[in-house]
Design a protein around this ligand. Structure first.
Ligand SMILES: Nc1nc2c(ncn2[C@@H]2O[C@H](COP(=O)(O)OP(=O)(O)OP(=O)(O)O)[C@@H](O)[C@H]2O)c(=O)[nH]1
Ligand SMILES: [Zn+2]
Length: 353
């Protein structure tokens, strides 16, 4: 079987994935990108348009953690003779968060280049929420961009734009736009291009589907009328990957009610890099930066070199991530212990028989 890789490149296929294929796999399996997920049903594209696929029972059995299951944007391998996913290729990047109601990591979108964080100028700017999204982007090591929608409904977007810019890393940018009408394709051109993938994230009703429609130039995604309370109606119910005319891919993630941080400290450390570097000088490695002796952050606060706001945000997000890491680690150990016990019992039984 020969694979036409020129059909896969516009979907984001590149050397990172190519290098992972063995000769045997090249001969017998077909790569495809996951372009939609609805529970256990996967929409995939192997270069010739959308298909529906399921996950092989063996894969399901071997990969029990939610984050190991294919997510939107993943590159998977299909069996030669049926639309069955038998493997998922190592990801270039992964946007993940803590699953609601647990400390398990949940994959949101894979193999992303840019996280487009969307926030509406019709609601009060929530710096804390933005910082959470920025931590998700830092964790995945993807460039964050902020689109402030509904500029047409806001008398003066400038103060919010300034407040957002203060939180952003240098390579990032913020724009205030009227999502239905502004020329977004031209605005985002520096971050778009063949094989690049952008994921949209933001609360329900902020205008993510409107942005996708604007970029696609058609009504591909249904948009709902927002409730008066600016809370949104969760019109988008599943995640979809849409291909743009210029060769980029864009993923619309349904509005997140909760942006829980995934169980790893890397995101907070990367996003608050300068604060983190200061914290490396604290006397205790597990310093909470509150009342401990020898705390470098408290000292910087006293000297006026660190703002109280930044210190508070850093401490809160770090404490949350450390908590998630420890709960997740405990669960993992419990699971591996019970697996070991089960295996031991099985072996004993087999011996007896
Ligand atoms: N005036 C104005 N309305 C907008 C703008 N952006 C979005 N809207 C409107 O806001 C409503 C919600 O927009 P959607 O694009 O459906 O929001 P969403 O973020 O996709 O929402 P979910 O699918 O629930 O996640 C729609 O009625 C849009 O027309 C904007 O910049 N200006
Ligand atoms: Zn400290």
């Amino acid at each position: 079987m020969s694979i036409d890789f020129s059909l896969l490149q516009p979907l984001g296929w590149n050397n990172h994935f190519h290098r992972q294929l063995t000769l045997e796999q090249l001969d017998s399996l077909r790569p495809a990108r996951v372009i939609g997920v609805e529970r256990d049903i996967f929409r995939i594209d192997a270069g010739s348009g959308p298909l529906t696929a399921t996950l092989a029972g063996r894969y399901r059995h071997q990969h029990t953690e939610a984050v190991e299951r294919p997510t939107i944007g993943d590159w998977v391998l299909l069996a030669a003779d049926a639309p069955v996913i038998v493997a998922c290729l190592a990801r270039r990047s992964l946007i993940s968060r803590r699953m609601a109601g647990s400390c398990e990591p949940q994959a949101i979108a894979a193999n992303i280049d840019v996280l487009l964080i969307v926030s509406g100028l019709d609601a009060e700017f929530n710096r804390h929420r933005l910082e959470r999204y920025l931590v998700l982007a830092a964790q995945a090591q993807v460039t964050p961009l902020v689109l402030l929608t509904k500029a047409d409904l806001c008398a003066d977007p400038a103060p919010t734009v300034t407040a957002v810019r203060e939180c952003l890393p240098a390579e990032s940018a913020v724009f205030a736009v009227a999502a239905p009408s502004d020329p977004l394709m031209a605005l985002l051109a520096p971050w778009l291009g063949p094989g690049r993938t952008l994921a949209l994230a933001g609360s329900s009703g902020v205008g993510k589907s409107t942005i996708v429609n604007n970029l696609v130039g058609s009504q591909q995604q249904a948009t709902g009328t927002t409730r008066n309370d600016a809370k949104g109606r969760h019109t988008t119910t599943s995640r979809t990957l849409v291909r743009l005319a210029d060769g980029s891919c864009i993923i619309d993630v349904p509005g997140m009610r909760e942006v829980g941080l995934a169980p790893t400290e890397a995101g907070v450390e990367r996003h608050f890099r300068s604060v983190h570097e200061l914290a490396l000088h604290c006397r205790f490695a597990d310093c909470q930066h509150q009342e401990e002796p020898g705390c470098a952050l408290r000292a910087a606060l006293d000297r006026g070199e660190l703002s109280a706001d930044e210190w508070a945000h850093y401490c809160q997000l770090l404490a949350e991530q450390r908590h998630n890491v420890s709960v997740h680690e405990r669960r993992r150990q419990e699971r591996s212990f019970s697996r070991m016990t089960r295996e031991a019992l099985k072996t004993k039984r087999r011996k007896r028989e």
